[in-house]
Write a protein that binds this ligand. Structure first.
Ligand SMILES: Cc1cc2nc3c(=O)[nH]c(=O)nc-3n(C[C@H](O)[C@H](O)[C@H](O)COP(=O)(O)OP(=O)(O)OC[C@H]3O[C@@H](n4cnc5c(N)ncnc54)[C@H](O)[C@@H]3O)c2cc1C
Length: 362
């Protein structure tokens, strides 16, 4: 199988995902995004035009309230949208998921902040991203907050770092979270051009280097806006978006097995088994998006999605044989990308269960 054939499969898979007939990712948009996937994986979806394409197609507007130039789609539609983008290009999906996480926080701000930021984000005139892992999964063992917010008269000042910021050098603002001296946490919107911000070069990673993820350092930075979290410790790991990306990536890998199965009958039951498992997880994810889900069940769902994405990628490689092992073949990229889910915003219970499984201990 050649690269372009696989891209076509990925685009077709993305188009077929819809809820209630809603065009989750219109055919032409999915095809264009698939055609940009290689460039997005290398240079990032901002430079490749992938993000602008989604903004033009109205995809960004779905995540934004109607009073701020958005179309405010329901949660199942948003989750299906992320899954469909991930089935086409995981680098773009990561960028969109971090954009969407930032937008969700901005949408809880007061009217003036919302109106000053959200309409331009909906239209793709500006881009934002999120740097909040220091509140949840990253640097927790160090015993002191990675980023602190101190009062300076009536204003705030940020010092420290965000260890992970996707698209840091491609975005206009970063939505971050910092610890305050009273033991609380606040969110802040910081322009990437603010005095005192320094960005390391984007990390060279096992996969997804096109996400331009970087360490961002803060030295006496004055944020543009402060946003009170709706509840204490509002930042959390393993949200449904992360599961959506894992299922989208699984879908791309299973598409490879299905495509190989058209030429090798032996692979048919393998593709069918994986497709059945994927459909079950998609159903659980859609129900969770519609009805809500308890934290423990949400983590279990993420763990099951992680399990599938790793197996599906290896099934795709096994089915692609040596050709899939050669650098540049879409399957080797899918295999590398599947490992991302072991480390990205992974709840501790999922990490622990995986490690026990790998070690054969209970
Ligand atoms: C490609 C990519 C993009 C990402 N993009 C974003 C983003 O845009 N925004 C965002 O907010 N987050 C992002 N994240 C962060 C992600 O959500 C997780 O927070 C992150 O992967 C956690 O890994 P860490 O190395 O920071 O963990 P840490 O817990 O900080 O571990 C780092 C190292 O510390 C050591 N260590 C860990 N625990 C202990 C301990 N208990 N005792 C002693 N030593 C210990 C280990 O050697 C470990 O390797 C991204 C992650 C990836 C991989």
């Amino acid at each position: 199988m050649t690269g372009p054939e696989i891209h076509d499969d990925m685009a077709a898979a993305a188009v077929s995902a819809g809820t209630d007939g809603f065009p989750i990712l219109p055919t032409d948009v999915a095809a264009e995004l698939a055609a940009l996937a290689e460039l997005s994986a290398e240079e990032g979806p901002w430079a490749s035009g992938g993000m602008a394409l989604l903004a033009r197609a109205g995809v960004f507007g779905r995540f934004i309230p109607t009073d701020c130039s958005g179309s405010a789609a329901d949660e199942p539609t948003l989750i299906a949208t992320l899954e469909a983008i991930a089935a086409t290009c995981l680098t773009t999906a990561l960028a969109v998921s971090q954009w969407a996480a930032a937008v969700r926080i901005i949408a809880t701000a007061d009217a003036a902040v919302r109106e000053s930021l959200l309409p331009a984000l909906a239209r793709g005139e500006t881009f934002t991203t999120v740097g909040i892992s220091q509140l949840t999964t990253s640097r927790q063992h160090l015993g002191r907050p990675a980023l602190v917010a101190n009062r300076k008269g009536d204003d705030w000042q940020l010092d420290g770092l965000c260890p992970w910021v996707t698209g840091a050098d491609a975005c206009d603002t970063i939505v971050t979270g910092a610890a305050t001296s009273d033991g609380g946490q606040l969110f802040f919107v910081v322009p990437t051009t603010a005095t005192g911000i320094e960005m390391d070069p984007p990390l060279e990673m096992l996969a997804l280097s096109g996400s331009r993820t970087a360490v961002v350092r803060f030295a006496a930075v004055a944020p543009a806006h402060v946003i009170e979290p709706p509840e204490r410790n509002a930042a959390r790991t393993g949200g449904l978006s992360t599961t959506a990306l894992a299922l989208g990536s699984s879908r791309a890998a299973i598409g490879v097995v299905r495509s190989e199965a058209t030429r090798r009958e032996l692979l048919d039951p393998i593709a069918t088994g994986l497709e059945r498992e994927l459909a079950g997880l998609q159903g659980r994810l859609a129900r969770a998006a519609r009805d809500g889900i308890e934290p423990d069940d949400r983590d279990t769902l993420r763990g099951d999605a992680n399990d599938l994405v790793l197996r599906a990628a290896q099934a795709a490689l096994t089915a692609s044989k040596g050709a899939g092992f050669v650098k540049g073949h879409p399957t080797e990229r899918l295999v590398r990308e599947s490992l991302f889910f072991l480390v990205w915003s992974c709840p501790q219970s999922v990490t622990t269960a995986r490690l026990c499984e790998l070690a054969g201990v209970s």
